[in-house]
Ligand binder design. Structure first.
Ligand code: NDP
Length: 283
């Protein structure tokens, strides 16, 4: 006769080590080689996670992994990894996630891969439209799909010891997708970019409803103006116009967004939400 034992009580499910909440956990960070993605990867490493970064450029992937290993000096012998992967290519993403899940579980997926091609709609080339949609929206969808499959498989586990069926400890999984304040408010010259970022919000809210009962949370970060390669080419007059609208009178740093990512990853009863990190833009 098979007897099902009760799950581990909620208070015991999660890693209660507040300094290193991600110990023994694995985070896949797309776009983890630069800017916000790299800052998130670094923060997660500092809190005990093992990181897998994805981006298109092999030398950037290699130097990001090297950098993560350099800051990971706590002697726990974590092996961070990187994959060259274009998130806009569904088959490529499937293959990479198959390879990842053959050797490890995925606890966190952070989708920071993104591009912006800014111009008035009538000036944008068809290829700009396609590339932005393909990377920002389809890229997020492809990776979430692949990661969700792996996360759901983990949630079903029971082990059998003699006549007892014991549920595997239900550690929570979490997806964080990068949107933008522009996806909420819109902005001149960013029609397609904001369409992709609004799409990320709708997609993430729906996905949170599909996965919530299985202990997989899905949330969105919506940064304002953050100083990275993406914003470095913005002309001075436009930067000044942005700055005037920011209550805190300064641009944000990638690490400030990473701080919010750690919060969302550890906030065990928050799902389907959009956390704006913009220093009070347009208040
Ligand atoms: P960066 O341009 O600094 O970095 C983008 C990252 O995405 C790089 O690692 C890049 O690596 C990777 N990437 C781009 N295209 C692809 C692709 N097709 N497949 C895989 N990786 C890809 O951008 P930020 O750090 O500034 O932005 C990170 C996220 O935050 C983006 O989604 C962006 O839209 C969003 N965001 C940024 C804001 C800002 O002010 N900076 C504001 C609001 C939102 P590689 O080139 O090697 O592929």
């Amino acid at each position: 006769r098979l007897v099902s034992l009760p799950c581990t009580p909620p208070s015991k499910r999660y890693n209660s080590n507040l300094a290193n909440p991600f110990t023994s956990q694995v985070a896949v960070v797309t776009g983890g080689t630069r800017g916000i993605g790299l800052a998130i990867a670094e923060r997660f490493v500092n809190h005990g996670a093992t990181i897998i970064v994805l981006s298109r450029d092999s030398s950037r992937v290699a130097s990001a992994v090297e950098r993560l290993e350099a800051i990971d000096a706590d002697g726990t012998f974590r092996t961070h990894k990187g994959y060259v992967c274009d998130v806009g290519e569904g088959m490529e993403v499937e293959q990479v996630f198959k390879d990842i899940t053959a050797s490890t579980q995925i606890d966190y997926l952070i989708n920071a891969a993104g591009i912006s091609r800014d111009d008035l709609l009538i000036q944008l080339k068809p290829n700009d439209l396609h590339e932005t949609l393909r990377t920002n929206l389809m890229g997020t969808i492809h990776t979430c799909r692949a990661a969700a499959k792996a996360m759901l498989r983990r949630r079903k586990g029971v082990i059998r010891i003699r006549n007892f069926l014991i549920p595997v400890q239900r550690r929570h999984c979490c997806i964080i997708n990068l949107s933008s304040v522009v996806g909420i408010q819109g902005h001149v010259g960013q029609t397609i970019y904001s369409a992709t970022k609004a799409g990320v919000i709708g997609f993430s809210k729906s996905l949170s409803k599909e996965l919530g009962s299985r202990n997989v949370r899905v949330n969105v970060l919506a940064p304002g103006f953050i100083q990275t390669d993406m914003t470095s080419g913005i002309p001075d007059d436009k930067r000044a116009a942005w700055l005037k609208r920011i209550t805190m009178s300064r641009f944000g740093t990638p690490d400030e967004v990473a701080h919010a990512a750690v919060f969302l990853a550890t906030a065990e009863y928050i799902t389907g939400q959009v956390l704006v990190v913009d220093g009070g833009l347009n208040l």
